[in-house]
Design a binder for this molecule. Structure first.
Ligand code: NAP
Length: 258
């Protein structure tokens, strides 16, 4: 029996679920982790029924200590080989840094940075040993600029982009591919959970999670280092590169005024 699995964090809804569908369609078995057990079971039932693949699930909170160790234990106990890792789960919060809820800084760093880094480090070693495998880390267009009123979110995504770019160079000759997905605003429940008020400009930029996942899957399969879905987002990122940093952050401050 083929024991190769694609591990997707946060694969129960939004971008993660759409990415899960694309892997499932190409007959990859899946291992999905998220917190909500009902949503995990619903995703497993749907994906197994629709695509005739095997789906393992594990309810885990990636902001909690030892969550990654529990994932490694589950993988070993069930004799899974993680041949693709999709580090998709992430959180954000809109507001002034000094007014952020006590403890949020630890949560966002744990899920957006620490878990992503630990899972990458753990599974990339096996991939390098086997000479095959792939990792897709989900950042954001926020990774390219600083983000007043969402300072921690933008900073964590800048880390994800920088880490992924460095690793891309380190492992590309070893048979392992690693890509960074950088979407702009996407129509998922993420914005609402993060308390982001959608401006008219943001609404115009919003892409569907299906289109973002398609661009991600294609870019990942082609071994692209940075995948920016949508032409408007590509232009925005290019603009950020050309503009002086001071102007870039002022523009973000203006659009995050609400
Ligand atoms: N939506 C956007 O506008 C946008 C734009 C750029 C980048 N992104 C990035 O894309 C990624 C996915 O976002 P999305 O919009 O698809 O979000 P989403 O619809 O809110 O889905 C988030 C997924 O992550 C899981 N998750 C959340 N907190 C978790 C935790 N503490 N432990 C384990 N799993 C957790 C959720 O399941 P449970 O709640 O059951 O745990 C869910 O499966 C994130 O990294 C986000 O930063 C999103």
């Amino acid at each position: 029996m083929d024991n190769k699995y694609t591990l997707i964090t946060g694969g129960t809804e939004g971008i993660g679920l759409e990415i899960a569908k694309l892997f499932a369609k190409d007959k990859h078995n899946l291992f999905i982790v998220a917190r909500n057990r009902d949503k995990l079971e619903a995703a497993r039932n749907f994906l197994e029924r629709e695509y005739k693949i095997i789906v393992f699930i594990l309810d885990i909170d990636l902001t909690v200590d030892n969550s990654c160790e529990k994932i490694y234990e589950f993988v070993d106990k069930n004799n899974l080989i993680v041949d693709n890792l999709i580090n998709n789960a992430g959180i954000g919060s809109f507001g002034l840094f000094n007014e952020e809820k006590e403890g949020f800084e630890e949560k966002i760093i744990k899920i957006n940075i620490i878990s992503l880094t630990k899972l990458t480090k753990h599974f990339i070693k096996d991939m390098i040993r086997r000479g095959e495998g792939g990792i897709l880390n989900v950042a954001s267009t926020a990774a390219f600029v600083s983000g007043p009123k969402m300072a921690m979110y933008y900073s964590t995504k800048a880390y994800v982009l920088s880490l992924t770019e460095s690793l891309h160079e380190e492992v590309k000759a070893l048979g392992v591919r690693i890509s960074c997905l950088c979407p702009g605003p996407v129509k998922t429940s993420f914005q609402e959970k993060a308390g982001v008020k959608k401006s008219e400009k943001m609404k115009k930029l919003m892409m569907s999670p299906e289109d973002v996942a398609k661009a991600a899957y294609k870019g990942f399969k082609h071994g692209k280092c940075i995948v920016i879905p949508g032409s408007k987002n590509k232009i925005l990122v290019l603009g950020n590169k050309i503009l002086p940093r001071a102007l870039g952050r002022k523009l973000v401050a203006m659009s995050n005024k609400g």
